[in-house]
Ligand binder design. Structure first.
Ligand SMILES: [Fe+2]
Length: 462
């Protein structure tokens, strides 16, 4: 603590600062000074603006970036639909059952694009309203001279296995398990494996808006994820205006591709606050009780995408459960039994999770669960018995572990892939988790005559 020790060493340089207006140039002098669009840009570059928000969005949320590149991205052939068989469309089955999945497979002989499967979600990217949750798994780097962009939403990537070497228009990022990254909508990128090692993980896509740091309220001006710990790439370009590139595009869940005779990774300099970034979850400054009772998990929010209609209600929160000290006195320390108007999708990167230690095949690394809107959930019977009887000494929980939650205000539906095609649903999750909960009720054996409480007690089954 507070940094993760990674097996794979860092290979790139970064700038820092969440949503800071940054500028970077791979060649000194490539960035115009004092204006965005001079009659002639330095070194014969083209100026291109990428708007991540409406022009007139309030200043605090306005996100745009000016890139200075060798050939504008508009120079490409017509898009053609790609018959993919991919599971990227927002088509959902809505069921209220608690669901849990065994660890997902690493798909063989596929790359990032083909290895991406939507498991659950809500809404419609065409209306810029909703979320989608993905499982990815791949054993191949993307093909030479291909790139990808997602027109549907910003994507937050949570690696579970293997590192992703991501080359974006704004520069390069290395993303390893226990790091996350956010790739904003529209940004061109490609994903390469590191040392040909397979990759697997989770992704959260938001169809509306962008991620923000959560408000801290009475916590004050530090803690949780601090702005300085977000890392943003520096400009890095190649000069290739002779070879054929293919740019794939996810557009309302459909794959398209278009050819072009230049690399998309030709941005020599850029400035703005619309860019990809990464964050080491080991840097998260966890807050918790030092007296009694279990606080709400919102205290562990790394990033949030707020609903403008309802302050304090997120279309998606990204919440983590990192290693932390539990010191609460006279307290049932795991999360309590719960029904939530929000939907809770959980995944496990590594280790075990405090409230799910037995039953139903377990909550395993690379597995996931969904407790939908108002669907009851809570500790399984094993965890309940343990937490009800353990000695309440200070304990370091979650050592070597990292669970996370995508929490959304939407009722979340399951894709056909998530329900059947992935073949990972645990059929007895609910029964084996909560079917064994025993009746511990012990009413007093003698009550005083005339006690109002006795008068109000109607009868018991036994
Ligand atoms: Fe919950």
């Amino acid at each position: 603590m507070p940094l993760t020790t990674f097996d794979i060493p860092e290979r790139y340089l970064y700038q820092t600062g969440f949503l800071a207006n940054l500028e970077t140039e791979a060649i000194p002098g490539a960035l115009p000074i004092g204006q965005n669009s001079p009659q002639k840009c330095p070194y014969g570059l083209y100026a291109e603006k990428i708007s991540g928000t409406a022009f007139t969005a309030p200043r605090w949320e306005n996100q745009q970036t000016w890139v200075y590149r060798i050939i504008p991205s508009a120079s490409h052939a017509a898009f053609e639909a790609v018959p993919s068989g991919s599971n990227l469309e927002a088509k959902f089955n809505y069921i209220p059952d608690q669901l849990r999945w065994d660890p997902f497979d690493v798909n063989k002989d596929v790359d990032w694009i083909r290895g991406l499967n939507m498991v659950a979600g809500a809404g419609d990217p065409a209306l810029k309203n909703g979320v989608a949750y993905y499982i990815y798994g791949a054993t191949l780097s993307m093909a030479e001279k291909t790139a990808f962009y997602n027109a549907d939403g910003d994507m937050l990537i949570v690696p579970q296995l293997g590192a992703l070497d991501i080359w974006t228009e704004m520069g390069r990022l290395l993303i390893r398990p226990n790091e996350i990254c956010v790739l904003p909508r529209g940004i061109r990128y490609r994903v390469d494996l590191v040392d040909n090692q397979p990759i697997r993980g989770f992704a959260l896509e938001i169809y509306n808006g962008h991620f923000q740091l959560p408000e801290l309220g009475p916590i004050g001006s530090n803690c949780l994820a601090n702005a300085r710990d977000f890392q943003i790439p520096v400009a890095a370009y190649t000069h290739d205006t002779k070879s054929c590139w293919k740019v794939y595009n996810k557009f309302r869940g459909q794959l398209f591709s278009a050819g072009q005779i230049h690399t998309p990774f030709d941005v020599v300099a850029w400035e703005g606050r619309y860019y990809p970034y990464k964050y080491d979850l080991g840097r998260f400054n966890t807050i918790g009780t030092i007296s009694y009772d279990h606080p709400d998990p919102s205290l562990n929010t790394v990033l949030t995408a707020t609903s403008n209609a309802h302050p304090g209600t997120a279309i998606a929160d990204f919440v983590i459960f990192p290693p932390r000290w539990l010191v609460a006195e006279d307290t049932f320390r795991p999360p309590s039994y719960h029904r939530n108007c929000m939907s809770e999708f959980m995944g496990l990167i590594q280790g075990t999770y405090i409230a799910k230690e037995g039953g139903g095949g377990g909550f395993q690394a690379a597995g996931a669960s969904l407790h939908n809107c108002m669907s009851s959930h809570g500790p399984d019977s094993t965890a309940f018995d343990k937490a009800s009887n353990e000695e309440l000494v200070p304990v370091k929980a979650g050592v070597g572990s990292m669970a996370f939650m995508f929490e959304s205000c939407y009722m979340v539906g399951i894709t056909d892939w998530g329900l059947t095609k992935c073949s990972k649903l645990q059929p007895k999750y609910s029964e084996e988790s909560w079917g064994g909960l025993r009746d511990h009720f012990q009413p007093p054996t003698e009550t005083k005559k005339g006690d109002n409480m006795v008068q109000q007690t109607l009868h018991t089954i036994n």
